[in-house]
Design a protein around this ligand. Structure first.
Ligand SMILES: O=C(O)c1ccc[n+]([C@@H]2O[C@H](COP(=O)([O-])O)[C@@H](O)[C@H]2O)c1
Ligand SMILES: Cc1cc2nc[nH]c2cc1C
Length: 351
């Protein structure tokens, strides 16, 4: 057991400061005011540090969408019935969900992975790595066993390793799982030591009454199991979800391989908090795409130490915001390829 856990905690090398500096110099020498392309420049520098090179490789990209159901959905914390997870997974694999449509626009493959949907998915287009049909209701039992938590994170790691082996140069991550904003809130409150009421939001839109109930459910779950925030697998097994653990595994794998990983919204914040607890340093390899429209986003991102690229008021999940970020990466590549330099123009700045 201990060995399996150790495998999930590889040494994460520091980001390449030399590549960051070289990219910064290259961008500063382009024919524009210094820093004029704002966060696009920051993104280019971050990608260079992760990839350890200035000639960024970003053409082949893939979005990994992990799917799972949640026992706590039975507490009435979501406006959506649980069967939507299974329905939307099939819809997504056929190319018709939000992330699937956005991925087409951004030349990105989508892999849909079942790590815990509460149904038999017969569609071969959905990759079957099911740990179990849904977690336990954490008000009654721990969500999963520690062994399941380990196998779950390992499944996400393996899917990401396969995607990298296939030549993907950028990974995006997303998820499907009705009630997973409740589960993510519990994980975030525990792992980042934030007050429950500050991080529980309206998910895929709930009334004031249901919101108060959702806060109560999260508080009761944490009080009952008292997960240890210094032990990510303890938090995952007590109040977590299969798609969140798998997503954390993908993050750990991408960081170990120096492959940039673009995360999505609220559920990704929980996965990053978990990955960081398991394997400190992961956060430097993860690009924060957008600030999601959920409670506590600002405080959570601050605690995670990441800055989102944009805020479009999105709250869909699936990896939608992550995939939209690919358009910004294509913008950077065009800038790096096509712009003339200040040197070409013979211009010097005097601040
Ligand atoms: O990514 C986000 O920030 C986000 C915010 C609200 C909802 N979602 C998606 O909606 C589902 C969870 O919403 P809920 O209300 O059932 O907890 C799940 O499938 C998520 O992918 C995702
Ligand atoms: C339709 C629908 C699609 C989703 N995709 C992610 N979460 C979702 C929730 C609903 C309700």
């Amino acid at each position: 057991m201990q060995n399996n856990e150790t495998k999930l905690k590889p040494t994460i090398e520091p980001i390449s400061q030399a590549a960051r500096k070289a990219m910064r110099e290259k961008i500063d020498n382009l024919a524009k005011p210094v820093g004029g392309l704002g966060n696009l420049e920051v993104l280019a520098v971050d990608l260079a540090g992760i990839e350890q090179r200035v000639e960024l490789q970003t053409e082949k990209r893939c979005c990994l969408v992990f799917c799972g159901d949640h026992g706590v959905e039975r507490e009435g914390v979501s406006a959506t019935p649980r069967r939507v997870t299974a329905m939307q997974a099939v819809n997504m694999a056929a190319g018709h969900s939000s992330v699937a449509a956005l991925a087409k626009a951004n030349h990105c493959e989508v892999k849909v992975i079942d790590v815990g949907i509460d149904a038999d998915i017969l569609d071969q287009a959905v990759i079957n790595l099911k740990i179990r049909k849904g977690t336990n209701n954490f008000l009654e039992k721990p969500a999963m066993t520690r062994d399941e938590a380990i196998r779950d994170v390992q499944a996400g790691y393996d899917v990401a390793a396969q995607a990298i082996h296939e030549g993907n140069q950028i990974l995006c991550v997303g998820e499907l799982g009705i009630a997973n904003t409740t589960v993510s809130s519990a994980m975030i409150a525990s792992l980042l030591s934030l007050p429950v009421a500050d991080v529980v939001g309206r998910g895929s839109v709930i009334s004031d009454k249901r919101l108060a109930h959702k806060i109560d459910v999260v508080e009761k779950g944490l009080a009952k199991w008292q997960p240890d925030p210094t032990d990510g697998l303890d938090v995952l097994s007590k109040v977590g979800g299969f798609e969140i653990g798998a997503k954390a595994g993908a993050m750990i794998c991408a960081a170990a391989h120096h492959v940039p990983l673009i995360m999505d919204g609220f559920i990704s914040y929980a996965a990053l908090a978990l990955a960081e607890a398991m394997c400190p340093g992961i956060q430097r390899y993860v690009i924060a795409s957008h600030a999601t429209r959920q409670a506590g986003t600002k405080a959570i991102l601050k605690k995670l130490g990441v800055t989102p690229m944009f805020n479009l008021g999105m709250a869909t999940g699936e990896g939608s915001g992550a995939v939209v970020t690919l358009a910004l990466i294509d913008d950077i590549q065009s800038v790096l390829k096509n712009m003339t330099t200040l040197e070409d123009m013979g211009v010097n700045f005097t601040a």
